[in-house]
Ligand binder design. Structure first.
Ligand code: GLC
Length: 558
């Protein structure tokens, strides 16, 4: 049984924000591209990464930045050509780096030729999508579902005389997985990319692909209709079929993005014997201080974070461990101290970014790092909606306006939760546009780039970047950190302590999620006597923990 993916370190690239180059049909256009990625492979390798997850690079009209695909077999000219993509596979391979692709199959773009053809009711493609007549002599949509992007889920098409379903934007019509031809199409897509050299797939919103019924949904504050399509038996079956007919014939793995997933669903989706997904992304750990659809804040309590972490660490055979991606705010602005430092990010920004690195790098599972996380990139200092690009932020603003939520509050919440926080260009150096592009970047570069950038951190032994490198190297040496048991020891509202254990190897980790110095509970002090100490502050451990400090100790004889 292949298991190389288990101790892998995966680095997620959001291509449009990673590195622009002069080598595409649109040179220096302010949009990152594939030749740009190739030029940075050495930096990725140096970090200790051995797998790249590439967010979509396929042809797309970009209604949702590539998550609306119009051709699964071609590359968007903004990012380069198929020849560039082949060169990326080859150059990555030379460095022992594998690449997994983003598989977006819940929906296509409305500009995909399947969809265009399906608009004709007589077309063999009609059944590729979910078309329905309206209710009450066509005036009303077929059901009462609400969408993930806060708006409607049905769009009326004049040409067809019917509505089509779109759980996301109206430019992202949902495919119909009750149609075996759609499943065959997906198999062909998988084979095509695996034959090109892909080592697997990150499967976008994969637990909602199968719509069991189109009945009205129950009342809900979040997404109405969910009970008809979340983690349905049909989706399990599709996953097993893809595994059996294609994926298991290759040396590859899958990680599913699974929305509103609970532990019971997850146990079925990634149980090794059932052969569906190898692992999945859940969201609980990033939502302990949020309510309703992620954007309304509530107070953070460290013990809740430990509780949720323990539930998943112990509940699943194998976890996909991540703190950031292209949809989430930056972790150091979310659970760290970056936002509390009014001027430029300072000592607390740095220490808390390292503390969070220590947390993530000491969890059981396959590790995912998102571009920029390794240098502690922060949320952007957007000033108004005009500076945003994300379709979701606009949707939320519209919805909140309807609910009469005052402008200042809307802005406060959107600013903290906008997906654009993660999408500002990678900060490489302190040249113009942070070395990301010679042209005008598609989304603003964070103003703190002279202070936070890759090049300066590379030279500084005490940097966040070098801390990540050190922890990744440690993880490579230690089976315990990858495979060991996860054992919670203590938590209150600011402090958590846990342990990792494999046979005689034991690590104890303590993390301070506050700007106060904290006395370690006496009972646990013996756990902190050990020979190997790594701390975010750089201080050898004492009975008190500095603000935002994190410490890992190889515990002797406890
Ligand atoms: C996933 C992607 C997100 C996208 C959505 C629709 O959640 O991560 O960026 O907007 O699916 O494809």
């Amino acid at each position: 049984m292949k298991s190389w993916y288990k101790d892998s370190i995966v680095y997620q690239i959001y291509p449009r924000s990673f590195q622009d180059s002069a080598e595409t049909a649109f040179p220096n256009d302010g949009i990152g591209d594939i030749p740009g990625i190739i030029s940075r492979l050495d930096e990725i390798k140096e970090l200790g990464v051995n797998v790249i997850w590439l967010s979509p690079v396929y042809k797309s009209p970009d209604a949702d930045n590539g998550y609306d695909i119009s051709d699964y077999y071609d590359i968007s000219p903004k990012f380069g050509t198929m020849a560039d993509m082949e060169r990326l596979f080859a150059e990555a391979k030379k460095r022992d780096i594998r690449i997994i692709m983003d598989l977006v199959i819940n929906h296509t773009s409305d500009e995909h030729e399947w969809f265009q053809k399906s608009r004709d009711p007589a077309s063999p493609y009609r059944n590729y999508y979910i078309w329905q007549p309206g209710k009450n002599s066509r005036k009303q949509p077929p059901n009462n579902w609400t969408g993930f992007f806060t708006g409607d889920t049905w769009e009326y098409d004049e040409k067809s005389g019917e509505y089509y379903l779109h759980l996301f934007d109206k430019k992202q019509p949902d495919l119909n997985f009750k149609n075996p031809k759609v499943i065959e199409e997906v198999k062909n897509i998988l084979r095509f990319w695996l034959d090109k050299g892909a080592a697997g797939f990150r499967c976008d919103v994969i637990n909602i692909i199968y719509k069991t019924s189109l009945e009205d949904g129950k009342k809900s504050m979040a997404v109405r209709g969910l009970e008809h399509y979340k983690s349905q038996e049909g989706a399990h079956e599709v996953l097993r079929e893809l595994r059996r007919d294609v994926l298991d014939k290759y040396d590859c793995f899958t990680v599913g993005e699974t929305v509103f997933v609970d532990l019971e669903d997850a146990k079925l989706l990634c149980n090794e014997d059932r052969k569906e997904l190898n692992m999945l992304f859940f969201f609980d750990h990033l939502e302990v201080d949020r309510r309703i659809a992620q954007f309304i804040p509530k107070k953070f309590h460290a013990h809740k974070l430990l509780k949720v972490t323990t539930k998943w660490q112990q509940g699943l055979d194998w976890n996909a461990v991540y703190f950031e991606n292209h949809d989430q705010p930056r972790i150091v602005s979310h659970y760290g101290a970056a936002e509390s430092e009014r001027a430029l990010p300072g000592e607390m920004w740095k220490r808390s970014a390292k503390m969070l690195a220590l947390f993530e790098m000491t969890l059981r599972g396959t590790l995912f790092i998102y571009q920029g996380q390794e240098i502690g990139m922060t949320n952007f200092d957007f000033k108004s909606m005009d500076e945003l690009n994300d379709v979701v932020s606009f949707g939320i603003n519209k919805l909140m306006k309807k609910l009469f939520i005052p402008g200042f509050l809307r802005w406060k919440w959107i600013k903290a939760s906008s997906r654009d926080n993660a999408r500002t260009p990678m900060q490489w150096n302190n040249d113009e546009n942070a070395g990301f592009s010679r042209g005008k970047p598609w989304l603003g570069v964070n103003n703190n780039y002279r202070h936070i950038n890759y090049e300066s951190q590379k030279k500084d032994p005490d940097s966040i970047l070098n801390f990540y490198k050190k922890l990744i190297a440690l993880r490579k040496e230690s089976k315990c950190l990858v495979y060991g048991e996860f054992l919670p020891l203590y938590a209150d509202s600011r402090l958590i302590i846990y342990r990792r254990k494999l046979n005689n190897e034991i690590y104890t980790i303590a993390l301070n999620f506050s700007s106060n110095e904290i006395k370690l509970p006496g009972k646990y002090l013996p756990c902190f006597s050990g020979d190997r100490v790594i701390s975010a502050s750089g201080r050898k451990q004492e009975s008190r923990m500095l603000p935002w400090d994190g410490v890992l100790i190889k515990t002797a004889n406890y």
